[in-house]
Design a protein around this ligand. Structure first.
Ligand code: GLA
Length: 639
């Protein structure tokens, strides 16, 4: 009988944790090569944590790696949610449970707590309320920023410190920051003091396992500290990257902290695929080198809710080159979004079996979780936009337009996610008027007059280049040839996810309309009512005013009832809809967009109950009259 991983590495008692003091890693004084896979607990429904972890172990891996999203764990400064904080994400946030299940499934754990995590996650995991202080420099040793970080880390590490390997738990290593070397500017060194302070916070809060940083070696040797292990992030050229890493720290074992198995997608761009041959060839060369490896992602999962990140293309220094990420974070990883095995999975299994000299007991391959379709659901109710706003009895009166982050709401911490509506009442709009928005909208805007949409509905990728989207600076909209007196003008603005990589701190990531004035025929419009619309679960579940559907063009909520006799995983086919969000039993599951590449929304059985389930869709433009289901994700090809 083969020993379990824990039996093998802890027999005779636990004396030391993971050590990088020689050319090989040792764990409790036994040589170890780390075969790790990334899976983020907040991207997988907790009912499936065990299933995915067992599949990771069954591939022969000995470690699972996760980031920790600060924005979910501290939604309001000083208000924490680690699985019991009553936020809409509560069920995803019991990190202690996740780490304990990993141990139960015979895996070690690597934790990357940030504070910045990148990860295609909203603002790289930083809470949006940090943006309220414009003087504060995020990701630096700025005292104001460090005070927030220390407060949060002391709560997080209270939990994690008990789960360390040398305390009988499973965590073998912690990462400091994330690719901090990328913050290097031409004429300025990086803020090493920031890394040192983070390290001190780790230590002060009882973290004793191995600390490391990660960067791409060919970008230079900037992001690390002398006494902290440096690891590598890359997708190709393993010999070059690993040799460079070796030259930076000749006496240390080598580890690839992010070997990119596939890649993520932006909306309205092509779906990324990376063929198994190339993937497994590079993996084999990493193992042969030899080096330890963490496959990023091994199982990508889903950007639930409104929490996808975004990139900024090229040289743009405002949000002109904005590229939001899709809700699916499938990543073309060895385990796909729904937890199915792919070709890559079996290549990993074969390669690790071949290269790993340490034989331990592995679980049998878990069976796949059943996935099926449900009968079509008819849309039976609609809440037109005006009636949605009647449910929002709270609004802010403001002379000027404000971004959502600066609204005096939520204990004065602003609005983090979702939509913001700027309403101007009693407006006389003469025929052929021109509405002008100075600056850029962040990120999209729909214009309504007396509840009717007057801006163009999204149909083609070219529409993204026109009025209503971030790509146009100083945009104008020509109104109809009819006079309109005493009108109500609504500007419905969507936060499509904050940038998580690169120019994070080079421009303000505020969402809404705030860069300049809105004018009608060259006259500034003032005196707005501002309404936050973030679709919190309790709010959505208590909406009133539903009526029989009329399916007009323009933003509205549509509801249907899914009757479930036997719960099973499925995908919602969104091809009949245009753009918006899908809400299931009050929880925002996902965004969708006709332009793709993602066309379906993963709906695990765990979000459903036997009996009646409410599916609510917030559609921006043209709705369908029913909701249908498919078994698998659908990708459209984007021109
Ligand atoms: C970097 C980051 C990760 C992730 C990948 C791309 O390496 O460290 O968080 O963003 O890029 O998926």
């Amino acid at each position: 009988m083969l020993p379990t991983l824990y039996e093998y590495y802890t027999s005779g008692g636990i004396k030391t944790g993971l050590s990088a003091n020689g050319l090989c890693f040792t764990l409790n004084e036994k040589i170890i090569t780390i075969y790790s896979g990334a899976m983020h607990y907040f991207r997988v429904h907790p009912d499936y944590w065990r299933d995915r972890l067992r599949k990771i172990r069954a591939a022969g891996l000995n470690t699972v790696e996760t980031y920790v999203p600060w924005n979910l764990h501290e939604p309001i400064p000083g208000v924490y949610d680690f699985g019991n904080g009553d936020s809409d994400f509560e069920q995803f946030l019991d990190i202690e449970k996740f780490i304990k299940i990993a141990q139960d499934e015979d895996l070690f754990v690597i934790v990357r707590p940030g504070p910045y995590i990148c990860a295609e996650w909203e603002f790289g995991g930083l809470p949006s309320w940090l943006l309220r202080n414009q003087k504060m420099n995020i990701r630096t040793s700025d005292e104001a920023f460090m005070n927030y970080v220390s407060a949060y880390f002391s709560k997080l590490f209270e939990i994690l410190s008990k789960l360390q390997f040398t305390k009988g738990g499973s965590i073998i290593a912690f990462q400091i920051e994330n690719e901090y070397g990328n913050t290097k500017k031409k004429d300025k060194p990086i803020d090493t003091d920031y890394l040192i302070q983070l390290k001190n916070i780790f230590t002060k809060n009882g973290l004793v396992e191995l600390f490391f940083t990660s960067d791409t070696p060919s970008n230079g040797n900037f992001g690390s500290l002398p006494d902290v292990l440096n690891t590598a992030n890359f997708q190709s050229d393993p010999e070059k990257e690993l040799s460079l890493l070796q030259s930076y720290q000749p006496e240390k074992p080598l580890m690839v902290m992010e070997y990119w198995t596939g890649w993520f997608d932006h909306w309205a761009e092509q779906h990324h695929k990376r063929c198994n041959k190339e993937f497994s060839d590079v993996l084999e060369r990493i193992l042969k080198f030899p080096a330890s490896v963490n496959m990023y992602m091994f199982h990508g999962g889903t950007n639930w809710g409104l929490l996808n990140g975004a990139n900024i293309e090229g040289s743009s220094v405002d949000n002109g080159g904005y590229q939001p990420d899709t809700s699916s974070y499938d990543y073309d990883a060895p385990l796909n979004e729904a937890g199915d095995y792919t070709e890559k999975y079996f290549s990993v299994q074969r390669l690790i079996k071949h290269y790993n000299p340490v034989l331990t007991a592995l679980p049998v391959l878990p069976e796949l979780i059943e996935r099926d379709t449900y009968n079509e659901v008819e849309i039976t109710e609609e809440l037109v936009f005006d009636d949605i706003l009647k449910n929002e009895d709270f609004y802010i009166e403001s002379q000027e337009l404000l971004p959502m982050e600066l609204l005096p709401i939520t204990y004065d911490m602003g609005q983090s996610y979702g939509y913001i509506v700027y309403r101007r009442r009693n407006l006389n709009i003469p025929a052929n008027s021109v509405l002008n928005i100075r600056g850029r909208v962040c990120d999209t805007v729909i214009v309504l007059i007396n509840g009717k949409v007057v801006s163009k509905a999204l149909e083609t990728p070219e529409d993204l280049e026109g009025f209503g989207y971030w790509k146009v600076k100083d945009s104008s909209l020509e109104m109809s040839n009819e006079d309109c007196e005493n009108a109500t003008l609504d500007l419905v603005v969507e936060n499509w996810g904050r940038v998580n990589y690169g120019k994070l701190d080079q421009f303000l990531q505020y969402k809404g309309i705030w860069q300049g004035h809105v004018s009608l025929n060259d006259r500034f419009l003032l005196d707005w009512e501002i309404l936050p619309l973030d679709f919190k679960k309790s709010w959505t579940n208590s909406l009133t005013g539903w009526q029989l559907p009329r399916f007009h063009l323009g933003p509205a909520l549509y509801k249907g009832t899914l009757k479930v006799f036997k719960r099973k995983d499925t995908y919602i086919d969104m091809r009949g809809w245009t753009k918006g969000i899908v809400i299931v039993n009050g929880f925002i599951l996902s965004r969708y967009l006709k332009l793709g590449p993602q066309q379906a929304v993963y709906l695990p059985a765990a979000f459903l109950k036997e009996g009646d389930n409410e599916i609510v869709i917030f559609e921006h433009f043209a709705p369908d009259n029913h909701i249908s289901f498919v078994k698998d994700q659908i990708y459209s090809s984007v021109a």
